[in-house]
Design a protein around this ligand. Structure first.
Ligand code: ZN
Length: 300
């Protein structure tokens, strides 16, 4: 009787040991597999709910994954994509036309006075906007670019220093300057924009071959369809700027969108002063606010 009980205990312990070792083996297998997957999927860049970060193969760049008020960035520079044999041309995406959207865009920054002042207004109004920055300005004011990024606005590439002679010499010269600025942006915030704006706009600046080249490289250019004229010789007051936008946004716009050009560099104090009124009037007209992404329609 005692012997039999001892034998039963022995079998019981053996069974437990077998189960435990089996479980440990299974856990080890799962851990190994997770590590292997992580190794495979390890790509540079910090994921965030504040923006869509493109995967190397662009598999997450779908219409459903791009939101009207969330920026889209790349984790690789063009050079890195080419070196790794990753695609550069973006997947074909439909444009967002479902709602009336106002896209506030600010060119030629970041400076250290008016750009922070614009950011203060946007924060107070709970609005996200798009900043097309110059590489030379980012070099001077990296902390302001970091703030733009951290506060959820979209960042676009507006060339290194706005020099038309270099930019519009030929398409390769244009792209070289875009890449130079991409590198500066990447070094500052760890990601790179897809969206760009040609200094002065594309009309009369781009030769036909620019469009094809930019498309192949995944750059998405947007001009504008409404402007405050804050960079013209007229130097309109804040009141005039509010009036321009109010009148121009009232009419019908293609694809339900108002893509508004403003500036946030030195000398644009009237733009800063106009901004609260511009935002209030657009809201009153039923616009929501969005940031420029690859699904933003073209303004014309
Ligand atoms: Zn500009």
């Amino acid at each position: 009787m005692v012997k039999r009980k001892g034998f039963a205990n022995f079998i019981g312990v053996l069974a437990v040991l077998l189960i435990l070792s089996g479980a440990a083996g299974a856990i080890w297998q799962v851990k190994l597999r997770t590590a292997q997957l992580a190794e495979q999927e390890k790509e540079p860049g910090v994921e965030s709910s504040a923006y869509t970060l493109a995967k190397g193969d662009y598999s997450n760049l779908t219409y459903d994954n791009i939101h009207v008020d969330r920026p889209v960035y790349d984790r690789y520079t063009l050079k890195q994509r080419l070196e790794k044999g990753l695609p550069t041309m973006l997947p074909a995406l439909p444009h967002y036309t479902a709602e009336k959207v106002a896209y506030l865009t600010f060119d030629d920054g970041p400076d250290d006075v008016n750009t922070p002042a614009v950011l203060d207004v946007l924060k107070a109004k709970g609005v996200h906007a798009t900043f097309y920055v110059l590489g030379c300005m980012v070099e001077k004011n990296p902390a302001v670019l970091k703030r733009i990024f951290a506060e959820g606005h979209a960042i676009g590439n507006h060339s290194y220093d706005h020099d038309y002679d270099i930019l519009y010499k030929d398409k390769d010269s244009f792209v070289a300057e875009m890449e130079q600025t991409d590198d500066i942006i990447m070094q500052t915030i760890g990601v790179r924009p897809f969206i760009i704006r040609a200094p002065g706009g594309t009309v009369g600046m781009f030769a036909a071959d620019y469009y094809e080249k930019l498309n192949l490289l995944g750059y998405v250019e947007h001009d504008w369809n409404i402007l405050t004229e804050d960079a013209t010789a007229k130097k309109p007051s804040a009141e005039q700027q509010i009036c321009y936008i109010d009148r121009r946004a009232a009419g019908h716009h293609k694809d339900n969108m108002a893509l508004i050009l403003m500036h946030c560099n030195g000398g644009k104090e009237e733009t800063v002063r106009a901004l609260p009124g511009i935002i209030d009037n657009l809201r009153a007209k039923g616009y929501r606010f969005g940031v420029v992404t690859p699904i933003t329609p073209q303004p014309w």
